[in-house]
Write a protein that binds this ligand. Structure first.
Ligand code: SF4
Length: 334
């Protein structure tokens, strides 16, 4: 797959990253390839919401953990403004953690139940030296809360258990926004909250992108929300990209048999549908069950051919604007 060739303003580059877990066992049967040959590039001057969609075990959370520097790749590299994040100095890492923030699935887990929620913000202000005076700290915290639709007077001074799940998740987004990051890695940020609050969080993500130029990596199992808010999407299947491209084209006109299977339950994604229903990626496959030598989707594919069993397909161009699918059906197309 050819990535954009523009060199300037590269914010994040994930280059041919592979992550293998379980090395050190007897033989290679103990290895699990969680992510294989994954690449993407984000630009600082083109804020985008990029969805990484897949079922449990598809590698999407592994990718998030690699980018957040929780784990290291087995091969390949992750560059931030041209610097390998796993080879950064302490100072560079601090700056990276300032610019690249995370929002996780469970908003409650981010809080210490013994502290008022103010503590989370105060810690961020102190750690990243965001304000010298108390008045400045109060102002920037208040501004961040208002951006996510919370009133400081109603929220500050409370303990986490005194707030709703939606308020807590908005607080976590506000805490990330406080640092004025360039990228937020949002790992299933709306999967634990109900539909009305989900819409609110997704609208906030769009606002942060449009008004403040913040990019998102939106890790999700839910194609309906990915369709609604994402500019680009990567569909992962057992650690490999099965299809990628403009989110509207991929979900509206899927080319890979796996994506077609996923979309099959919702033939006409309705742009007017405001993420009221989940279109969930099936969880019936377990990681590592795919064909070892050939295409990982071989055993489930209605179009499987002899050659699919012999070697894995590369990504072939299947449409405009960087639309690719890893499937031999498109071998002649580029
Ligand atoms: Fe199906 Fe073959 Fe395409 Fe894999 S490469 S999705 S088995 S047709």
């Amino acid at each position: 797959m050819s990535e954009p060739t523009r060199m300037s303003n590269r914010l994040l580059e994930v280059k041919n990253v592979r992550k293998v877990f379980g090395r050190g066992g007897i033989g290679r049967q103990h290895e699990t390839i969680a992510l294989d040959d994954f690449s993407l590039t984000l630009y600082d001057d083109e804020p985008k919401i990029t969805a990484i969609a897949g079922e449990s075990g598809s590698g999407k959370t592994t990718l998030a953990r690699l980018i957040l520097d929780f784990i290291k790749p087995t091969s390949g590299e992750i560059l931030w403004r041209g610097r390998n994040i796993h080879k950064m100095s302490k100072k560079e890492l601090m700056s990276y953690r300032h610019e690249c923030q995370a929002v996780f699935q469970d908003p409650y887990a981010a809080f210490n139940p013994f502290y008022r929620v103010d503590h989370l913000f105060h810690m961020a202000v102190t750690e990243f030296k965001l304000a010298r005076r108390k008045a400045d700290e109060a102002r920037i915290i208040g501004d961040a809360l208002e951006v996510v639709g919370l009133r400081p007077g109603e929220i500050l001074g409370k303990y986490p258990h005194q707030l709703s799940g939606g308020q807590r998740q908005r607080l976590i987004v506000a805490r990330a926004f406080l640092l004025k990051p360039r990228l937020i890695v949002a790992d299933e940020p709306v999967s634990m909250i109900d539909a009305s609050l989900r819409a609110m969080i997704l609208d906030i993500m769009l606002k942060l992108k449009d008004d403040f130029g913040i990019s998102f990596l939106y890790i999700t199992h839910d194609l309906s929300t990915a369709y609604q808010i994402s500019d680009r999407i990567f569909i992962l299947y057992e650690g490999t990209v099965s299809e990628t491209g403009d989110a509207t084209r991929v979900i509206g006109n899927p080319q890979h048999p796996y994506t077609q299977l996923l979309i099959g339950s919702v033939p006409n994604p309705d742009p007017a549908l405001k993420w009221s229903e989940d279109i969930e990626v099936s969880a019936e496959e377990e990681l590592g069950k795919g064909d070892k030598a050939g295409c990982k989707f071989y055993s489930r594919c209605p179009h499987a051919m002899e050659e699919c069993h012999q070697s894995p397909p590369r990504l072939y161009e299947v449409g405009e604007d960087g639309h690719y699918a890893s499937c031999f059906l498109y071998k002649g197309s580029g």
